[in-house]
Ligand binder design. Structure first.
Ligand code: ADP
Ligand code: MG
Length: 225
């Protein structure tokens, strides 16, 4: 089975207010098509780790490889294009542009990537919205749909460039249990049927239990998983 993510001895310090080792020799691998949950108490370093895994933070020790490519040490430009092509993100807050239509919100990352025509991108954006059960909301402003629908639109946006790895920081943190179940099922399907790799930080133990694997953090270290 091929490896989607390999973290080798990732350590990180915060210097302010005082020197503090927030991540301590974190090593793990995630296989392609695996759905992994990262859990642990507040302050254990989950968001800091995910920020490094997503290539957004480059201030760390150790080596990160994604889809077999070592990304540690790459320049910001190279990282930005790597992210555009390989990674999708879903956050606790959807960060949709409220006055733009759902369709336009989903199209934006693909327009930025610039590989397809506007018509092709629009077609693909409709397909993603339909797949997530919100095709009928496509032309509404993002601010005019429910929270659960907004999170589905945000997932459609994360998927528009066909990333192989999807990362989430508390993607269901703002949802009720019904919508949490919807989002869980979407992630499960993306992993099982589309071979996407899902790495998501969650507070929700039920959500974590149902995923393929739980990685538990404490004080900047992996303690199980
Ligand atoms: P989690 O997501 O598990 O709740 P975080 O990764 O957000 O934890 O934070 C881990 C620790 O690092 C916490 O003690 C937090 O206060 C600290 N921390 C987070 N960001 C910064 C920062 N920019 N500067 C200094 N300390 C930080
Ligand atoms: Mg966090």
């Amino acid at each position: 089975m091929s490896i989607a993510l390999k973290a080798e001895n990732i350590s990180k310090y915060f210097m302010a207010p005082e020197k503090f080792k927030v991540l301590n020799q974190v090593s793990f691998e995630v296989s392609k098509g695996e759905f992994v949950s990262i859990i642990g108490k507040s302050g254990s370093g989950k968001s800091t780790l995910l920020y490094i895994l997503s290539t957004m933070d480059t201030e760390y020790e150790g080596v990160l490889s994604l889809n077999g490519e070592k990304v540690t040490g790459n320049k910001q430009n190279a990282l930005a294009s790597f992210r555009n092509e390989h990674l999708g993100f879903v956050f606790q807050f959807h960060y949709l542009l409220p006055d733009f239509s759902c369709l336009k919100n989903v199209m934006i990352p693909a327009l930025r990537l610039g590989k397809l025509t506007k018509d092709e991108i629009e077609h693909n954006a409709y397909e993603k919205l339909k797949m997530l059960g919100v095709g009928d909301q496509a032309l509404k402003s993002a601010s005019k749909i429910s929270g659960g629908q907004q999170q589905r639109v945000a997932i459609a946006r994360a998927l528009i460039n066909e990333p192989s790895i999807i990362m989430g920081d508390e993607p269901t943190g703002n949802l009720d249990s019904k919508n949490t179940a919807v989002v869980f099922d979407i992630f499960k399907q993306l992993a099982a049927e589309h071979d996407k790799t899902i790495i998501t930080v969650t507070h929700d133990n039920d959500f974590a239990e149902k995923s393929d694997r739980i990685i538990e953090m404490m004080d900047g270290k992996i303690i199980s998983g």
